[in-house]
Design a protein around this ligand. Sequence first.
Ligand SMILES: [Zn+2]
Length: 397
Amino acid sequence: MFSVNRTVKGPNELRRLNRSSDLRSIEPMIFRDPEWDFMRPSERDELLGIVYSLLVKRAKEKIPFYAELYKGVDVSRLASMEDIMNLPVLRKESTLHSNGLREAIRESKEVLKPVDVKGTSVWTTTGSTGMTQIPVHYAEPWDFDIENYAVARIWDSLGISPEDNVYDCYNPAHPGGFMFPGVCRIVGASHRFKPPEFSVEDTARELREWYNGRSPFTVLLAVPSSTGDPLGRKGTNLKTLLDESMDVFGGHGINKLFLIGSGITSELIERIEGELHGIKGSGGYGTAEHRPLAYSPVNGDAGRVCKYNQQHLTFGPHYVFLGRDQGDRVAPIFTPGEEGEVYTIGLRYGTPLILYKTGDMATIITDNCSCGRTTPVIGNIRRLDPEEIAGVGCRYD
Ligand SMILES: [Zn+2]
C-alpha cells in the first residue's frame, strides 16, 4: 500500500534523543514514515513528548517572547506530552493571562527570532486588514525539510511516485510557492508550475498538449476545488478545468488530485466519484504558520469516514488538536460531536508556535476511522474570517 522503503528510519528513531540533543539531529525523513498515522496514540504521544520537551526548552532559552511566557515554568522537568499540554496558551491577542503575539511584535520585530539563528527566511501570517502580522522565522533547510517530508507522507498514501508528472497550480510568486517543488524532489516526481497568468482555457490547452505529447501530466496539484468556495472566486479550479478538459483526466493522463482551498463541495465530490473513475483524490488543510495539519482522501471505501471534507489530523512534525481556551490553560477535546478551537504545536528550529491558538474552529468527527489510521478525524473546519482560511498552499484564483 505504501511505497516507503522500510529501511528508512522511522518515529522510533526519536528514542535516542536526550536532554542535550539538538533538534536538528532529528532526520527530517523520519516524518515520511506512514507509521505516524497508524501507530498507537499513546506511543505517538510518548515520542513527540520527547521532541517537544526539547523544543520548549530551546524556545525559553533562545527566544525572548518565550522566556517571558514561561517565566514560572521549570522547562528542565518537562518530559511528556501531558507536561507540554499544561503549558500556557500562545495567543495572537493579549488577555488577562498572557501577552499576545501581536502586541509583543509591535514592541519588537525580533521578539520571535531565536538569538542563535542568523540567516532565516521569514514568513508572516496572512493577517486581515490592520492586524499586525506575525513573523515566523524558518531556519533553513531543516524547518522546510521536516514539513516537506510530512507532505510527502500524505502523497505516498495517494500513490504519487517517481513515475508521476505533476502540474502545480500554486502561484510560484506567492510565499510558499517553493514547497511543492521540494516535495516533488523528495518523492522523485517531475514538476511544472502553471504560469500564473494562464486563463482556464490556456491551462486546458497546455494540459492537452502534454497529454498528446510524450509526458502527460498525471497529478493535478494545488488546484482550488471549485467556484463553490465561500469566497466565490472564479478562474482555474477543478470544476472549471473539468468543464474545459475532461479528456486529459483518466487513462494515461491525470489520475491523482491534490486539492487545496476551503473545502470540496458535495457537487464536486459527486462529479469526482461519478465521472473520474479510478482517480485518487485528497484535500489538505494547513495554515500560513503550519503545514500539513490534516488531510482527507476523497475517494475510497464508502464506509470510510475520512472524506467529504473530513480530515485526519496529522501528527509529526507538528501536533494538532481541538481544545477549549480556559484562560491560563487549554482543555483538549476528544469527544466525537464536540466543537473546539484548533491548536497546534509547531516544530521549528526558527520560531516555534507552541500550544498556539490558530483561530480556526472544527468538530471531532471520530477517533476510530475504518481506514485504520489512529488519528482523530475532524470536520466543519472554519475560520471566522474566510479571507484568512488556508488550505495546504492557501491559494484561491
Ligand atoms: Zn480514515
